[in-house]
Design a protein around this ligand. Structure first.
Ligand SMILES: Cc1cc2nc3c(=O)[nH]c(=O)nc-3n(C[C@H](O)[C@H](O)[C@H](O)COP(=O)(O)O)c2cc1C
Length: 218
């Protein structure tokens, strides 16, 4: 596979064909990309809400009715599926204990010493962000963006068009989906589906900074 060709040919879809649906089997593959995205110290501080019905997409589009977000509403409404990528609102001891337990159950921590080391190592980074840098929310949201990156490139690999969307009102979306009560907050949205003839961005050339500006080899 020529992955660079996919990076060059993918684009942010600006208009979707409302009649085309992503096959269920490919949705399962995209779910796997989200779940298996890497995260710092395997913290997995995320949750993904997937809207597949018109009603569910309408609920998400409520967060894009006001300017300057309104241009995103038709993307959300006409896409096949829409993912709301959420971050946790806390990195608490219960979550750390749950992570340790799942790693143990997966067979990654065969000795008590290994388990202790893993817990200490993860707690070091979690506490660094919690108490010293005091940027736990930003840190968790960075992990969510890694899942977004996996999703976008993976979708393009499957021939699925996508739109990453930061242009929405998170307060409205959090309220509509009851996210805060679940210890979650919306970070970024991804519309997924197939472009329509109105997708002007499909025909535009890419604009990227020169390679020597963005990459140094030492
Ligand atoms: C995190 C993020 C948020 C974005 N938010 C929006 C958005 O709200 N609406 C939109 O149409 N495009 C959005 N974009 C698309 C960018 O404008 C686009 O990725 C960039 O211009 C590069 O173009 P390309 O994706 O077609 O290569 C977003 C992209 C990213 C990565």
């Amino acid at each position: 596979m020529d992955i660079a060709r996919i990076a060059l040919s993918r684009h942010t879809c600006k208009a979707y064909d409302p009649n085309r649906r992503i096959p269920a089997e490919q949705i399962e593959q995209l779910k796997t990309l989200l779940r298996y995205a890497p995260s710092s110290v395997n913290s997995q501080p995320w949750h993904f809400v997937i809207a597949a019905t018109d009603e569910a997409k309408q609920r998400i589009a409520k967060a894009t009715t006001q300017p300057p977000y309104a241009s995103n509403a038709p993307k959300i409404l006409n896409a096949s599926h829409v993912v709301v990528l959420c971050a946790r609102t806390s990195m608490d001891d219960a979550h750390l204990a749950a992570l340790l337990q799942l790693e143990e159950e997966a067979g990654r921590l065969p000795t008590p010493e290994g388990k202790e080391m893993q817990h200490k190592g993860r707690s070091f980074y979690v506490n660094l962000h919690r108490f010293d840098i005091r940027d736990t929310q930003d840190w968790m949201e960075k992990q969510v963006y890694l899942a977004l990156g996996s999703l976008l490139l993976g979708a393009a690999t499957l021939g699925i068009d996508a739109t990453p969307i930061e242009g929405f009102d998170p307060r409205i979306l959090n309220e509509e989906l009851g996210l805060c009560a679940r210890g979650l907050t919306s970070v970024v949205v991804a519309a997924l589906g197939y472009r329509s003839g109105e997708d002007f961005n499909a025909k535009l050339p890419k604009a990227r900074l020169p390679v020597e500006t963005v990459i140094s080899e030492i």
